[in-house]
Ligand binder design. Structure first.
Ligand SMILES: [Ca+2]
Length: 344
């Protein structure tokens, strides 16, 4: 048995030795073919890499959000790395390109709600805004009241430049009339007012083509069609006889130190403790005195008010003013997200 096995092995070895070997020329040819294959594969990789780079440059897409980023908690600012890339080469020149508003940012990378830097016009320095990426997404927030911690009784320059805190989701702020002027310039937008009362009930109002003039015209307000559930208080409510004195359309902005209202005997901004587009004086004032309860009493109806929802003697708990382009396809894909509910 063992003998047979040895014979088998010898036959096998002889067979292997007898098998034809490649000549040096053939070996070289095979090697060449393999190298060509490798070169072709590397060329493909290079081509894809260059295409990706071109694509990223054309779309200012320097950063991809990490899927592992935890969602922001109630007391946490959302990830802002999406706007401040950290891995760019220092000698690369001015490569940081900011989005013109939160809608453009949403279109590009659909990040979480949070504070981001935007640059609506070329001549303006980039500035920080809160982007509400809920409620259909893409909202640039212009005003927020939440707790009464920030004093809104400010002068012209403060309203012009903006004030408040820009760190937490619940921070209160006024984005600033100059920033708002730049953001609203084209007027092809939809402004949404999200309102919450002290029992937690929410409502909203929407205005198309919301825009303000420049400082020379004292940031005069103009807006178009109303829709929503809160009532068209910005136009002065339903009563024609009231509208001439309390509609905010075409009104200039007033502050305690710049009286541009139509109330000849006094200053609406002084009485109402905040800057706003006062007539003589108002049906809406979201920058009024923050009363820490709903109904209030006093010499003036100077609370945070929306006439057609809770009246002039009820000061609201939460307010938000936020804007996005009129032709914005939200995450629902229908454009219907704006009226679907308050993104508060
Ligand atoms: Ca006046």
């Amino acid at each position: 048995m063992r003998f047979l096995f040895v014979v088998f092995l010898l036959v096998l070895i002889c067979h292997i030795r007898a098998s034809p070997r490649l000549s040096p020329e053939e070996e070289c040819r095979v090697e060449l073919l393999e190298l060509r294959h490798t070169v072709s594969s590397l060329e493909n990789k290079l081509f894809i890499g260059e295409w990706q780079l071109r694509n990223l440059r054309e779309h200012n897409h320097f950063y991809r959000p990490h899927k592992a980023t935890p969602p922001p908690g109630p007391n946490m600012t959302a990830d802002v790395a999406g706007v401040i890339p950290t891995s760019l080469p220092h000698a690369s020149g001015n490569l940081i390109v900011y989005d013109r508003d939160c809608a453009a940012l949403y279109d590009r990378i659909q990040p979480l709600s949070g504070f981001y830097r935007i640059k609506p016009t070329a001549d303006l320095e980039p500035f920080l805004v809160y982007c509400d990426m809920s409620d259909g997404g893409g909202w640039t927030v212009l005003q927020q009241r939440r707790s009464g911690k920030v004093d809104f009784n400010r002068n012209w320059d403060e309203y012009k430049e903006g004030f408040g805190n820009f760190k937490m989701k619940t921070d209160e702020f006024w984005l600033g009339n100059e920033h708002m002027y730049a953001l609203l310039k084209g007027g092809e937008n939809l402004m949404k007012f999200d309102l919450t009362d002290w029992s937690g009930e929410k409502t909203h109002a929407l205005y198309e083509n919301f825009k303000i003039a420049d400082e020379k015209d004292k940031y005069r307000l103009q807006f178009g069609l109303y829709s929503g559930l809160a009532g068209d208080a910005l136009s002065g409510g339903g009563r024609m006889e009231d509208q001439w004195s309390i509609s905010h359309n075409s009104m200039q902005f007033s502050t305690r130190d710049q009286d541009n209202d139509r109330f000849l005997k006094g200053s609406c901004a002084k009485e109402n403790k905040g800057g706003w587009w006062f007539n003589r004086c108002h049906a809406v004032n979201l920058n009024g005195k923050y009363y820490r309860s709903g109904e209030y009493k006093g010499k003036y109806d100077n609370g945070v008010v929306w006439l057609t929802w809770r009246g002039l003697w009820y000061s609201l708990h939460h307010t938000t003013m936020k804007v996005r382009p009129l032709r914005f396809m939200d995450s629902l894909g229908s454009g219907a997200g704006a009226g679907a509910g308050a993104g508060d």
